[in-house]
Design a protein around this ligand. Structure first.
Ligand SMILES: [Zn+2]
Length: 334
């Protein structure tokens, strides 16, 4: 876990408070199967698998100037932010490399600041360095073969997509809420890489069933055809119905079911290698419950707290969209 307490801005939703409720897990893991890994900050050479040196120099210089906003979304930095970002990337690398070293395994990098909006040349959208992209690029550079990144955060992971826009060894599939920040991720974007880069914008109020159906009907054949050797998951919990920034309507049980399904896919198509990396999720209590529900599934357990209960309901209809996606991306059923 990398909570980065020095990367903080009063009143900002992406705050260290997001991980407060999980701090007790460090001494008292919710499941005995869990093992915390030691981790070092990522080196600049490791980060440069995704971000050019000029970007790192600019970010370092911006942090040296003290607390201010980098862009209107707003993305903030403080004097501590550069080290915080290297720490989040390093923690993600530690879990990823452990899975690779063991040949299989399930991991979760509980880190902040998040990463999936950070483009190779620009920090944005609360994200400074792209943690999941650095880990996937590191895995590919280390001889993994192909990597798949599935992103269920409510927002499109423009940064991850940009990092692998022309990288045949990495697939990217994003399910996100349409019309939200940053406005990228249209279904017809990335037409040069149909079948490898899949963008699925969803209507507001989409629910657990919509996500489950899309993973079964679209993500499963995408993963099979990609022939990826590890599944990286950009796990954004801002699709929970309580989240203050979005309208999606998943509930905690939905995250548990979603994780079980992703584990099954990783077992079937990725030699059992699966790594969750924390992205968004801005209601701290819901975030703790939802992360724990995913940890329960990863540990083969079924007990987890749920302070919010069942979703008030939402939209589950994605049938026509699925047909369109299957045709567009040349996905086959078997
Ligand atoms: Zn998000």
């Amino acid at each position: 876990m990398h909570a980065a307490p020095g990367h903080a801005c009063p009143g900002h939703p992406e705050s260290p408070r997001r991980l407060d409720r999980m701090q007790t897990w460090l001494n008292n893991p919710p499941y005995p199967e869990m093992l915390w890994l030691d981790h070092q900050p990522a080196s600049e050479a490791e980060v440069m698998l995704v971000h050019p040196k000029s970007m790192l120099d600019d970010l370092k210089a911006a942090c040296r100037m003290g607390p201010h906003e980098l862009e209107p979304s707003p993305t903030y930095v403080t004097e501590a932010s550069y080290q915080a970002a290297l720490g989040a990337a390093g923690a993600t690398l530690a879990v990823s490399r452990r899975i690779l070293a063991e040949g299989r395994g399930r991991g979760f990098a509980i880190v902040r600041p998040p990463g999936h909006h950070a483009e190779p040349k620009q920090s944005m959208g609360f994200c400074l360095l792209n943690n999941i992209a650095i880990a996937a690029a590191d895995a590919v550079a280390g001889g993994l073969g192909k990597a798949a990144i599935l992103d269920f955060d409510a927002h499109h992971g423009n940064g991850t997509q940009a990092a692998f826009w022309n990288t045949p060894q990495v697939g990217y599939l994003s399910i996100h809420e349409e019309k939200l920040y940053p406005g990228t991720g249209r279904v017809d974007s990335a037409s040069h890489a149909y079948g490898r880069i899949i963008n699925i914008p969803l209507q507001a109020f989409s629910d657990t069933k919509a996500f489950m159906t899309l993973i079964e009907k679209v993500a499963a054949p995408w993963l099979r055809q990609l022939d990826a050797h590890m599944l990286f998951v950009s796990a954004g919990y801002d699709i929970h119905f309580s989240d203050p920034l979005t309208t999606s309507t998943l509930d905690t049980q939905g995250f548990f079911q979603l994780t079980q399904m992703l584990i099954r896919l990783a077992e079937e198509y990725c030699q059992g290698r699966i790594l969750f990396v924390l992205e968004g999720g801005y209601d701290p209590q819901a975030l703790a419950d939802n992360v724990q529900a995913c940890l329960a599934a990863l540990c083969g357990r079924s007990d987890y707290p749920d302070h919010f209960g069942k979703s008030p309901g939402g939209r589950a209809m994605v049938g026509a969209q699925i047909e369109n996606l299957i045709l567009r991306h040349h996905l086959s059923e078997d």
